[in-house]
Design a protein around this ligand. Structure first.
Ligand SMILES: [Zn+2]
Length: 457
């Protein structure tokens, strides 16, 4: 006897945000990730639509805590979802911090819109608020890596570490006689501080991300590049400003800085992590990173590192004159405390701004990365005289060759592959490469595409 088995792609198809896939088996519906759409307005508007099957979905399986994978969960709950949200313990801790922060931003944006009457016809409402997030957090159930979780008759899944961020996982699903794997965001094959992804399990179908499907990461050493920039700024008595989100790139940057200090390649100056979320994130991750268990690095960390979570303390760090290194959000400078540091220092030629992350079109980060000579924030233009450097080689996503390598190391190639979570050109470039390398069918997910894998008999 066969059971109907199908997938429906509700997000993260033709784009890198809003990841959402529904797996239907034996008339039961499971959602893999429930991400927020971000970026251009046409995408963001999708966040307000009714999520199909919201009340019928029995379980959500969450690959990791990034907003583009978990950011619409409170909305799903608001629309009637009452099942369980499954994830690893670290993902649950990080998702709590990230979702509460997201609710605060939604609330502030709505309040701003009402104050300035951006929304002319009716009162602007937040997509969800803090209370919605707390209702959603009650549904979380945590499972360790490699544990099998039963979801229904002949239906179970297991998380395997995939090296993208702490707690992140690929999902192996067994539905009847079929095995499906969802890669989640796949980490690097030679990571700086994460462990490399676990091997791809043998499977009938692999749903794989394709963010960097058309790219190869730089082979420049981020150590050498950071050493040069920091030394240059400190020699001219300047400030080093590093815009970064508390959960994303910050830990890698801190690891690089501590290592360089330990090797005496840069001096031991103060490093401030200035973010309201930083203390909570640091508490979650301290147990996780092996580099924080290295006594030499831990000693330096205690000597130079300071978390600034209080707003007034942040103001005093801004006005400190001595050369220092500041890591502050937001990563693309769309808001956050980094703006106060820029206000004080971006007009000075001795300042060094180091960009460790991707800068999306339309953000201040993109303007800076592309040589813009002024930045607008706090209602006026600020002249840019600081030196701006993009730090290469720090991506949390596998590139095209790394993805091919990962599949090559599996017990056997998957029966077929569907690519999601990528811009169309990246997905298509990877499709061509994979078809050539493995001679298996590879297709690209498009929004609302349904894929029937087995019929009822
Ligand atoms: Zn991610």
């Amino acid at each position: 006897m066969h059971h109907a088995l199908s997938l429906k792609f509700l997000g993260g198809a033709g784009t890198v945000t809003g990841s959402k896939t529904v797996l239907s088996f034996n008339r039961q519906h499971i959602m893999i990730d429930c991400g927020l759409f971000q970026g251009i307005k046409a995408l963001r508007k999708k966040n307000w639509q009714q999520i199909p099957l919201a009340e019928e979905i029995s379980d959500v399986v969450l690959t990791h805590a990034h907003l583009d994978h978990c950011g619409l969960l409170p909305r799903l709950v608001k629309q009637g979802f009452k099942g369980a949200i499954h994830c690893t313990p670290i993902t649950a801790s990080l998702a709590r911090i990230i979702l509460l922060d997201s609710a605060k931003i939604q609330e502030e944006d709505a309040a701003d819109a009402n104050r300035h009457r951006y929304s002319r016809h009716r009162e602007a409402l937040p997509l969800y608020d803090t209370e919605d997030v707390h209702r959603c957090l009650k549904l979380f159930q945590t499972h360790d890596f490699d544990e099998w979780v039963i979801l229904g008759v002949d239906l179970k899944f297991s998380f395997k570490a995939n090296g993208h961020i702490p707690g992140s996982a690929l999902v192996e699903v067994r539905a009847g006689k079929k095995t499906l794997v969802f890669s989640g965001d796949l980490g690097r094959m030679k990571p700086l501080i994460m462990s490399r992804p676990k091997p791809l399990p043998a499977c009938d179908l692999l749903v794989m991300e394709s963010t960097y499907g058309d790219r190869l990461h730089s082979i420049l050493s981020p150590f050498d590049q950071l050493e040069e920039c920091v030394n240059k700024a400190l020699a001219q008595k300047g400030q080093v400003l590093i815009p970064s989100f508390a959960v994303e790139r910050s830990q890698e940057v801190i690891y690089l800085l501590l290592s360089l200090m330990q090797q005496k390649r840069i001096p031991r100056v103060k490093v401030f992590l200035d973010s309201p979320m930083a203390a909570a994130v640091t508490a979650v991750l301290t147990d996780y990173y092996r580099f924080l268990k290295d006594p030499a690095l831990l000693g330096i960390l205690k000597e130079v590192f300071e978390v600034v979570s209080d707003y007034r303390a942040s103001q005093s760090v801004v006005s400190m004159r001595e050369p220092k290194i500041v890591i502050a959000g937001s990563g693309m400078m769309t808001g956050g405390r980094i703006l106060h540091h820029l206000e004080a220092h971006v007009g000075k030629p001795e300042t060094m701004v180091i960009l460790p992350g991707f800068q999306a079109v339309g953000t201040r980060g993109h303007t800076l990365a592309h040589g813009g000579d002024e930045l607008k924030f706090f209602g006026r233009y600020h002249k840019v005289r600081a030196e701006v450097v993009s730090l290469h080689g720090l991506s949390a996503h596998a590139d095209r060759e790394e993805m091919v390598q990962w599949i090559r190391k599996a017990d056997g190639p998957p029966g077929r592959i569907v690519l999601n979570h990528g811009e169309p050109s990246a997905a298509d470039s990877l499709r061509v490469k994979l078809e050539h390398a493995f001679s298996i069918p590879v297709s690209i997910a498009v929004q609302d595409m349904e894929l029937v894998l087995d019929y009822e008999e």
